[in-house]
Design a protein around this ligand. Sequence first.
Ligand code: FES
Length: 252
Amino acid sequence: MAEIKSSAVQGGFGRTERRDAWWVESLPVWILLGGFGIYATLRAFEGDFYSWGPYLSPFYSPLIDAGHHFWKWSPALLILAFPLGFRMTCYYYRKAYYRAFFADPPACAVGEPAGRKYRGETKFPFILQNLHRYFLYFAIIFLIFLWKDAIEAFWYEGHFYMGLGSIIFLVNIILLSLYLLSCHSLRHIVGGKLDCFSCTAANKSRHGAWKKASSLNERHMLFAWCSLVSVGFADFYVRMVATGLIKDFRIL
Ligand code: FES
């Protein structure tokens, strides 16, 4: 049996025989994911400036009880758990934030803090990461609402309308769709648990869908980052227009 040698040096946090700048990989996670987490939390609690004209911020969609009949806090808090749960349990983000925020391990073949016992995701709370496949079903429902919002961003006061915000919403929904369609769990639903793709006609079509899902899945990390930036920026744009800091640039 081939012997597998690890370049990690045992017994020391951050110790490694790697000569490259392995910590650089964590920089975008600290900046983008950390920054997004802070911004999204503030916006979710703000409970205001979430719509303007034909635009509804993706952080507040679907909009529930905007009139505060039964919920006196921000409407975003009613729905936050679903998109947040989907992102937090995403296979790619898990790898990214385990490394960047938990140093568990900081990178491939780099020593982690002493005294840690590897238990995978078999114990609470990390066993909850297995809920990802269920969050996926909710994410599909949310994506339908966001597509509706993106289409409505092109319709204002009974007429076709195209502003800069409409384009931002369109780009955002395309990136969010690519993020969801490249999901590992979705790929498993489409083509998993099959021993033979060519045995039945139905399995053959599943094979075609699985190949498409696999090709998108190869770029899942890219879609994860792009959609994170686009969804944050779409909300930011709505907030800027709703507060009157900028005017929506009308194209048509
Ligand atoms: Fe990333 Fe499912 S694995 S969204």
